[in-house]
Design a binder for this molecule. Structure first.
Ligand code: ADP
Ligand code: MG
Length: 697
């Protein structure tokens, strides 16, 4: 039976409605003000809020509370639970939770990646309540979203710089609004709607694949006779077992105040998507982490496993996360909305020009923000989308930009018109001003940009730090250029045209998967970082440091640390993959191939003794033996190059060695193994095949 969404929505959230009932009116108003305008909460007020929270949480069955934080580069959230139990008096305890417990936590930060930002002996980390993201009860625990920083104040997470970037874009955006005569706007919100892709496979089968268990992706596996070539998975009918899983996930998310909205089967067999309604970026970040965690935990409950890896299976599509992003004023003006006559919408055109400039200038940084080790198998590997950053504007806006580039201004815009199915009983629909371009990493979709590169298992924090910071910078530069202009209208027109001319190379409306595009992009001078490893150094590029320092979002020391962490993580992930591969080759695949050659040899002798022709058996034995020898040798080489990469001098050198040498050596082990899988009897193959994994849920 379905549930009534209205009834369950937000049931486990300490939201405005709950606060209104449980807090004294004046305190409620103070908290609301802090939530929307920022400022420091007094310990007195925090005590009142904490008391109300505790009572509410106890009624919901909570026994513990935790600050939830997001250590840098660890994809999920981190939590450290404390029970409400006080020290006993006369053998009795009391449930306690104070304002101080709410405001601040102090997890030992020494075991999180720090990139050398602090020594292990200086381990203190602090979490501070992010009052703008709601508190909730989950799994008997009161969860408090927080930001995480070190004793010396450096941010150790993704949340802190995101909050700073949101603040910066808001401040500079308001400055821009004032130039256009708007006196009302007090804040600009950056909104995000992340579409999350994932795979579901059977848990029993998963447990037979060490590669999936240790690395989240398959390291071996031949293509089954059927892949995704029939396009019969995308939007296909949802299987009952998957539907039961989705229903379960949705109810849990609704209770947490997450607007789970859209769900469907994706392109690859076994692949699905879930998308919530968009929300303010930091809340969207927290919610997306909860979505990922809920998907994983609920899958286990249903005898399934949810794979969030970007490329769990070679040969079929991988997963991404589309980051739908927009900037909107507190009274609802969406800066990316062109309106009916975009050619006359000066604010929109200026914002668009700023976006073009920002994307062009920070292309590599954007690419990096969307990247992790897993995403290297998609970006730059002929899969959606390519590693080259470009912007798709669609026919209507693309044409307006072209007019401005040519004539300094636009005088008309193509109307999108209506769509007539030509059947009387069907309605005539008004068309969207842009068609969809599935091949563009950064596509304008009518009132927002869809940044389609983000890694499926990553947080969306990184991407939105860059998006909001780069816009803050572009807005600030526009304001610097335009403030005090004598003829404002003329100055805006000229500045818009100037930016569009300078950055027109970033616009590409064609097919991003075509062979011509990388060649054309190179001619335009657009960067093409095939691997995350090539993109990491951009963190210390002058353009990056200047932008982040200008708005106090990340310091050079923090960026240095992040660079080290990126390299370290890349090397770490590849090392686990290589070791897993060696382990599987030695303990699972080589032994079964050896056994099979033995069986074949016995058969050959028996067949010959029986006086029959054993040519076929002999040919097969030769073929299997050759591949076996190839795999054995490749495994030895992989072991060698992995050990070498692991002992390279710096994190950067190590990462490069894994990218070039270890990856090549892994491919050499995989090739004969996959060929053996194809020729050997299925009952001898020691693990479920691709066919078993993706088609049999
Ligand atoms: P698609 O058809 O591209 O797969 P979906 O419906 O799956 O689109 O997801 C689109 C996402 O974009 C949703 O999360 C939606 O809430 C979000 N979105 C819509 N409008 C905006 C906006 N103005 N700003 C940010 N996100 C938005
Ligand atoms: Mg979608």
């Amino acid at each position: 039976m379905g549930v009534n969404i209205e009834k369950v929505f937000g049931e486990n959230v300490f939201d405005d409605a709950v606060m209104k009932v449980r807090l004294p009116k004046s305190d409620f108003e103070k908290v609301k003000k802090l939530m929307y305008e920022g400022g420091e909460i007094t310990e007195e007020l925090a005590d009142v809020v904490a008391q109300a929270m505790k009572e509410w949480a106890l009624e919901k069955g909570a026994t513990h509370y935790t600050h939830v934080f997001q250590p840098y580069v660890i994809s999920g959230g981190a939590e450290k639970h404390d029970s409400f139990a006080s020290a006993p008096t006369d053998g009795k305890i009391e449930n306690t939770f104070t304002g101080k417990d709410l405001l601040m936590g102090e997890p030992d930060a020494s075991s999180f990646p720090s990139g050398g930002l602090r020594e292990t002996c200086r381990a203190r980390g602090y979490t501070a309540w992010d009052i703008t993201s709601p508190v909730y009860v989950r799994e008997n625990t009161l969860c408090i979203p927080t930001a995480f920083c070190s004793y010396t104040g450096e941010s150790l997470d993704t949340k802190t710089p995101l909050l700073k970037a949101m603040h910066a874009v808001s401040k500079q955006g308001v400055r821009l609004m004032r130039l256009f005569g708007d006196e009302k706007t007090r804040r600009i919100f950056s909104y995000v709607g992340p579409e999350q892709e994932y795979f579901l496979i059977d848990r029993e089968k998963y447990l037979k694949r060490p590669d999936l268990i240790y690395t989240g992706r398959t390291l071996f596996g031949a293509m089954p006779p059927k892949g995704q070539e029939m396009s019969d998975s995308y939007f296909g009918s949802i299987k009952p077992r998957v539907k039961a899983f989705m229903d379960d996930v949705n109810v849990q998310l609704w209770k947490l105040g997450i607007t789970a909205k859209t769900q469907h089967n994706e392109v690859a067999p076994g692949q699905h998507e879930i998308a919530p309604v968009f929300s303010v970026s930091n809340v969207a970040l927290d919610h997306n982490l909860l979505v990922m965690d809920t998907l994983k935990k609920t899958a286990s409950k249903h005898g399934l496993v949810c794979l969030l890896h970007e490329k769990p299976f070679d040969g079929i599509n991988g997963s991404g996360k589309h980051n739908n992003w927009s900037l909107t004023t507190d009274d609802g003006i969406n800066l990316f909305k062109p309106g009916k006559n975009p050619e006359n919408n000066k604010l929109f055109l200026l914002v668009l020009a700023c976006t073009m400039a920002a994307v062009d200038k920070h292309a590599v940084l954007l690419r990096l923000a969307a990247s992790n080790t897993g995403n290297d198998h998609r970006l730059g590997a002929n899969e959606a989308p390519p590693a080259i950053i470009s912007m798709y504007l669609g026919d209507q806006i693309g044409d307006v930009v072209e007019q401005i580039i040519k004539n300094g201004k636009a005088t008309s815009s193509l109307s999108s018109g209506v769509l007539n199915f030509g059947i009387k009983k069907l309605p005539v629909l008004e068309k969207d001003p842009t068609d969809r371009n599935r091949t563009s990493p950064f596509a304008f979709t009518g009132n927002r940009f869809e940044f389609r590169m983000v890694a499926s298992s990553n947080t969306i924090g990184e991407a939105n730090i860059v998006l909001n910071s780069m816009m803050a910078e572009a807005f600030a530069e526009a304001c610097d250029a335009l403030e005090g202009a004598e003829d404002f209208d003329k100055a805006v027109e000229e500045y818009t045209a100037k930016l569009m001319r300078e950055h027109q190379r970033i616009v590409f409306n064609g097919n991003g998967y075509s062979e011509e595009w990388p060649i054309e992009a190179e001619k335009r001078g657009l960067p093409n970082c095939k691997s995350i490893v090539d993109a990491i150094p951009i963190l210390l590029d002058e353009s990056t440091v200047k932008m982040y320092e200008k708005f106090n979002i990340l310091s050079k020391a923090e960026l240095e640390a992040r660079k080290e962490i990126f390299f370290e993580q890349y090397a770490g992930v590849r090392n686990i993959e290589a070791l897993t591969m060696v382990d599987m080759a030695k303990k699972m695949l080589i032994p079964v191939a050896v056994k099979y050659t033995g069986d074949l040899a016995d058969t050959i002798i028996a067949v010959k003794e029986a006086g029959a022709d054993a040519t076929v058996q002999t040919e097969l034995l030769t073929e299997v033996s050759e591949k076996l020898a190839e795999m054995k040798e490749a495994t030895a080489t992989l072991e060698e190059v992995t050990a070498k990469a692991a002992s390279a001098g710096s994190n950067e050198e190590s990462a490069k060695a894994y990218k070039d040498e270890v990856m090549a050596a892994m491919a050499n082990v995989r090739k004969p193994a996959d060929e053996l899988e194809v020729i050997m009897p299925k009952k001898l193959w020691p693990m479920p095949t691709y066919g078993d994994l993706v088609f049999e849920v």
